[in-house]
Design a protein around this ligand. Structure first.
Ligand code: IPM
Ligand code: MG
Length: 360
């Protein structure tokens, strides 16, 4: 099979982690007889430096022409990087939001899984981590507060900022369908998260999710208020299978869910539209403090490449092989700095990539 992949190495540790994911993909292609066609394009800070804007039409066009996009991370340190002197719509993050919207990537899948080998890195009490957990956050990615109208005005000498949270029923329905479909392939449970005790957008969310649920009688549905969900994630994460939620709640809850796995350096993500196309990126940021030091953990990016093989190319055996390589490397005791524990072997980003590729 021919795999046309556009890579966005991005900023900070992005180029380092993407290089290791490519290494692993090359090994997969060699072993399973696929042809890789990979091309790098710029986005975020790197694009600002080169073209003055975080996202160019050329990058969008290149992404659209590919089967999938593999991304590292974008952005810099807001306190020191000149990118953050620019107006908000010209900063690195605007590139990421722009490409999500341009490619209609409304479904963001963020799995959070506790590897038994990393149980010691889980910050929760041992009686909680012992139960393990394996959940998937299905976050709506192109609506809500992120894309509603916003403005800052001064009225009678008082500054006022407005952000708008809107959802229409079609936006809710399509992400709910994705959530139920994936729950069916997992453990058959959807926890729909909202703030229906306060927000109209949440009341509509709940109503539409209930309608969609009628087509999935085999999937168990529960509604959880977002504040309660934040609490349950640290109290009893094992209860969750698929968490279905809107954009902003998903942003916050997915960071929380990733942290209870021990390190945000392990968490992959896929952003999908209605076709097989997807953008795959680690859930973590660009970590400018460790950029260029060969200290980053490439596993989240490698696992994102595995999600790409599974969702965009239907290559399940290949995706399994990548995930198994990650498990094996952890079993063999190799760790990057973020997941290091006593008795393990500390390795850098490049060596972690080599070790993973060897195990394909
Ligand atoms: C994420 C990030 C982005 C978001 C930022 C960088 C705009 O936090 O992918 O979770 O809020 O969606
Ligand atoms: Mg986030």
């Amino acid at each position: 099979m021919e795999l046309h992949i556009v890579c966005i190495p991005g900023d900070g540790i992005g180029p380092e982690i993407v290089a290791e994911a490519k290494k692993v993909l090359e090994k997969v292609a060699e072993k399973y007889g696929h042809k890789l066609d990979m091309k790098d394009v710029l986005m975020g800070g790197a694009s600002i430096d080169a073209y003055g804007v975080p996202l160019t039409d050329e990058t969008v066009a290149a992404a659209k022409a590919a089967d999938a996009v593999l991304m590292g991370s974008i952005g810099g340190d807001p306190n020191t990087s000149p990118w953050y002197q620019l107006p908000p719509d010209r900063r690195p993050e605007a590139g990421l939001l722009g490409i999500r919207k341009a490619l209609n990537l409304f479904a963001n899948l963020r799995p959070a899984y506790l590897y038994p080998e990393l149980a010691a890195a889980c910050p929760l009490k041992e009686e909680i981590s012992r139960a393990g957990f394996d959940m998937l956050i299905m976050r709506e990615l192109t609506g809500g507060l992120y894309f509603g109208e916003r403005r800052t005005v001064t009225e009678n000498g008082v500054r006022r900022a407005v952000d708008t949270l809107t959802y229409d029923e079609n936006e809710i329905r399509r992400i709910a369908v994705k959530g139920f479909e994936i729950a069916r392939k997992r453990r058959g449970k959807v926890s729909s998260v909202d703030k229906a005790n306060v927000l109209d957008s949440s009341r509509l969310w709940r109503a539409v999710v209930n309608e969609v649920a009628k087509d999935y009688p085999d999937v168990k549905l529960e509604h959880v208020l977002v504040d309660n969900c934040a609490m349950q994630l640290v109290k009893d994460p094992a209860q969750f299978d698929v968490i279905l939620t809107e954009n902003m709640f998903g942003d916050i809850l997915s960071d929380e869910a990733s942290m209870v796995t021990g390190s945000i350096g392990m968490l992959s993500s896929a952003s999908l539209n209605d076709t097989k196309f997807g953008l795959y990126e680690p859930s973590h940021g660009s970590a400018p403090d460790i950029a260029g030091k060969d200290a980053a953990n490439p596993i989240a990016t490698v696992l994102s490449a595995a999600m790409m093989l599974r969702y965009s190319f239907d290559l399940d055996a290949e995706a399994d092989a990548v995930e198994e390589a990650v498990r094996q490397v952890l079993k063999d005791g190799y760790r990057t700095g973020d997941i290091m524990s006593k008795g393990c072997t500390l390795v850098g980003c490049r060596q972690m990539g080599d070790l993973l590729a060897e195990r394909i």
